[in-house]
Design a protein around this ligand. Structure first.
Ligand SMILES: [Zn+2]
Length: 252
């Protein structure tokens, strides 16, 4: 797991699998952990890494309800999970779905976990809206549906950072899940554009954080891809072509 600092109050850990990112945000003596790494040793190491860096964890946030972003409670079993209303509705409407997909992944890769995944108290956050952190700071939440039917992007004003969930990835083309939509993905990218334009950093759900200018270039590539199915130059290996194939079938 790679851990880098984007800002005095923003730390990003990137999982060895799928490059799934987990971002610690700090405001005074409170902090949120957004999304999660995947492998058990990474989740085990997280509390000590954050404590050493002086990042408190008062709550968990998830950008969307895909299982690979929901594992924070393995590291912080007592923390409540906040997510968009759309995500909360999906998690309660399809109870056990994330756990089933995690179990399938673990069985395929012979991964052992200390216990089954419990999501605990899921708190539905109004999106668009704000959520406070510490005494002075507020995160801005924007809807980010299209990859799936649920989700939110998080703007961190005091760090000029955008955490966008599964969009604007330097390693993955836009992916339409079974519940996803091409039109909604395009609308989300359009909604994110003003944030990307003023962001110092953009932290995608998969892959290394990118500087604002690079994220702006990814946004144009991703919009072109969703409009014309034109694969971006840096993202057209076999795995990305397989995602492309499935996207085209789903968009029909
Ligand atoms: Zn994901």
């Amino acid at each position: 797991m790679r851990v880098i600092s984007l800002h005095a109050d923003v730390l990003v850990a990137t999982s060895r699998i799928y490059q799934t990112t987990c971002t610690a945000l700090r405001a005074g003596d409170e902090g949120f952990l957004v999304d999660s790494p995947i492998l058990p040793d990474e989740l085990d190491a997280l509390p000590a890494i954050l404590e050493q860096a002086g990042f408190p964890v008062s709550g968990l946030l998830a950008t969307h309800g895909d299982w690979d972003h929901l594992l924070g409670r393995y590291a912080f079993p007592g923390a409540a999970l906040g997510c968009a209303e759309t995500t909360a509705a999906q998690l309660t409407g399809e109870p056990g779905a994330a756990q089933r997909e995690l179990r399938e992944f673990d069985e395929e890769h012979y991964v052992e976990r200390p216990r089954a995944l419990g999501l605990g108290a899921v708190q539905a956050l109004p999106v668009p809206g704000h959520v406070g952190l510490g005494e002075r700071e507020e995160l801005e939440l924007q809807p980010a549906d299209g990859h799936t039917a649920d989700g939110m992007a998080i703007w961190v004003p005091w760090a000029s950072a955008l955490l966008c969930g599964d969009y604007l990835s330097p390693v993955e083309i836009p992916m339409l899940s079974p519940s996803g939509s091409r039109a909604a993905s395009l609308a989300t990218l359009e909604r994110l554009r003003p944030y990307v334009q003023r962001a110092d950093w953009v932290g995608p759900g998969h892959g290394s954080p990118v500087a604002g200018a690079q994220a702006a270039a990814l946004l144009e590539e991703d919009m072109r891809y969703l409009n014309d199915w034109k694969l971006p130059a840096g993202r057209r290996n076999a795995a990305q072509r397989a995602i492309d194939q499935s996207n085209r079938e789903r968009a029909r």
